[in-house]
Design a protein around this ligand. Structure first.
Ligand code: DGL
Length: 285
């Protein structure tokens, strides 16, 4: 552990600057929470592509066409020092496209296949993600590079993304939804040996407890939130001593449409410590 990581975990981080955390919806809040925990003094704004949620069932073409331009529009307004794509579905497809478009560092989200492969005792892990992330060449390469010696069960679920948002917002939901979302993993070939599940969608840590309670036996659930937060702080640190560009505090919320979902997003963002969520800033993508 570096000096920096040691101090991060105690909440003493000295990282300065502004970070914009981006996702399709509420999932990126699980990453923002880790960043805020490690570096409470950092200004963190949040952007949710409410007008195109969920990403998990969108075509690669549609997401590719949308993401770089949207990232650019968000960065123009928020003026962050680092843009964090807190979304596996977007990162595994368009991280390089977004990097090419922006002139600030971009931190992406990679499914935690490597730590899961190191942790499994049975040699069988599962990747629980969106259908988009499951079919990516990026994901296949990750498995080839870090999990070629073990068995990886793949399962994509958009229903679980929606369920996670409903639970986070405290709304009524299908109580059996978690068992249903996990069933294809444990019923798959080798599913009876799965001991570690990678939460490869940033929405899923929102319902980690419900997933754990719905699994047929004790399972280790791993996500990349803390690793993304550490990487974000490393990138900020590498920029050297940052001067404060503006007086605006963090805590702002960006959305891309005024449709049905944004009110509960505002509520959940406020619960996650975002203090400037009303009115949210509308960015036309
Ligand atoms: N939170 C996102 C992810 O990590 C995407 C969820 C969705 O919009 O389908 O993949």
């Amino acid at each position: 552990m570096t000096e920096r990581e040691t101090s991060d975990t105690t909440g003493d981080s000295v990282a300065a600057g502004r970070v914009l955390v981006f996702d399709s919806g509420m999932g990126g809040l699980t990453v923002a929470r880790e960043i805020q925990r490690m570096a409470p003094a950092l200004k963190v704004d949040y952007a949710a592509d409410t007008g195109f949620f969920p990403y998990g069932d969108k075509s690669d073409e549609a997401l590719r066409a949308r993401l770089p331009a949207l990232a650019e529009a968000l960065v123009r307004d928020a003026e962050p020092d680092v843009f964090v794509i807190a979304c596996n579905t977007a990162s595994t497809l368009a991280l390089e496209d977004v990097r090419a478009r922006l002139d600030i560092p971009v931190v992406g989200t990679v499914p935690a296949v490597k730590p899961a492969a190191a942790l499994t005792k049975t040699g069988v892990i599962a990747l629980l993600a969106t259908p988009g992330t499951i079919r990516r060449a990026y994901t296949a390469k990750l498995i080839e590079d870090f999990a070629s010696e073990i068995t990886v069960v793949l399962h994509g679920s958009v229903e679980l993304v929606r369920l996670a948002e409903a639970v986070a917002a405290g709304e009524p939901h299908d109580a059996d939804g978690f068992v249903k979302a996990l069933a294809p993993i444990f019923e798959a070939q080798s599913g009876e040996d799965v001991d570690t599940v990678v939460l490869a969608c940033t929405h899923f840590p929102l319902v980690r407890a419900q997933l754990a309670a719905s699994a047929p036996r004790p399972i280790t659930f791993i996500d990349s939130g803390a690793a993304i937060a550490r990487q974000t702080l490393r990138v900020l640190e590498a920029r050297g001593e940052a001067e404060d560009k503006d007086a605006r505090p963090g805590g702002r919320l960006y959305i891309t449409d005024q449709g049905g979902g944004h009110e509960r997003l505002i509520k959940v963002c406020a619960r996650f410590g975002f203090s400037d969520v009303w009115p949210p800033v509308l960015i036309e993508a």
